[in-house]
Design a protein around this ligand. Structure first.
Ligand code: BEZ
Ligand code: FE
Length: 225
């Protein structure tokens, strides 16, 4: 594993869930979830209306994610920062797949005065961890597949609140119950709605059907250590 540079991948697949569960009690806030190996700092700061950077002909369905960021006491949090990254419709992450432009499907954006956000992106696909190396061979020996269910990743931050690293998954994904990493949490699953009526398309200025989903995040007030 060491010679093939797969120690980080092996730890991300087999150990990171235990580290996350041990370190971060949810205490009434949104449950945390593993960061995984594909976070890149410094993603572009987006301007409204927010759209994650994508290729001219980005494959996949148009998906809008909206929601509110609140504190555990219910107060909406203005100017909370969401740093979001995801795989594309082929299950590939920019920076890790040489075919993709820098920061494709990665971006940072802030909530408005009411704590709300909406971002346009592309529906991600399930991601298959590399199978050719020792981690994949070990999974094969265990009789397990190497897929993660489709997901979005987030790091949320706000000056008076604890930072939160988490993910969002999609209802109906057949891989929800067999995540290779074992990270999926039911509290992080959203329902996805399809929109194809003419007035819905007009609202978004689109000529093709699109999908929407919504997730409200709850941050814990900062703990003085
Ligand atoms: C991911 O979320 O993409 C991921 C997490 C752990 C291991 C591999 C991938
Ligand atoms: Fe991921």
């Amino acid at each position: 594993m060491g010679r093939q540079g797969e120690v980080p991948l092996f730890l991300d697949v087999f150990v990171s869930v235990t580290v996350d569960d041990t370190n971060y009690a949810s205490n009434g806030g949104t449950e945390s979830n593993v960061e995984g190996p594909f976070y890149i700092p410094g993603a572009p700061l987006l301007q409204r209306p927010y759209e994650l950077p994508r290729r001219g002909k980005e494959p996949g369905d148009v998906l809008f994610l909206s929601g509110i960021v609140r504190s555990t006491n219910g107060t909406a949090l203005a100017d909370a920062m969401l740093d979001m990254w995801q795989a594309d419709a082929e299950g590939k992450y920019s920076h890790f797949d040489p075919g993709l432009p820098a920061y494709n499907l990665r971006g940072r954006f802030k909530t408005d005065a009411e704590g709300r956000f909406e971002v346009r992106t592309t529906a991600p696909s399930a991601y298959e961890i590399p199978k050719a190396g020792p981690t994949g061979r070990y999974l094969a020996a265990l009789g397990r597949h190497a897929f993660r269910p489709a997901h979005f990743h987030f790091k949320l931050s706000h000056p008076d609140h604890e930072p939160l690293t988490t993910q969002v998954y999609f209802d109906g994904d057949p891989l929800l119950d067999s995540d290779v990493v074992g990270a999926m949490k039911q509290s992080l699953v959203v329902k996805v709605d399809r929109h194809e009526a003419e007035d819905d398309l007009a609202k978004k200025g689109l000529s093709i059907p699109y999908y929407t989903c919504s997730y409200d995040f709850i941050l814990q007030p900062r703990v003085n250590r």
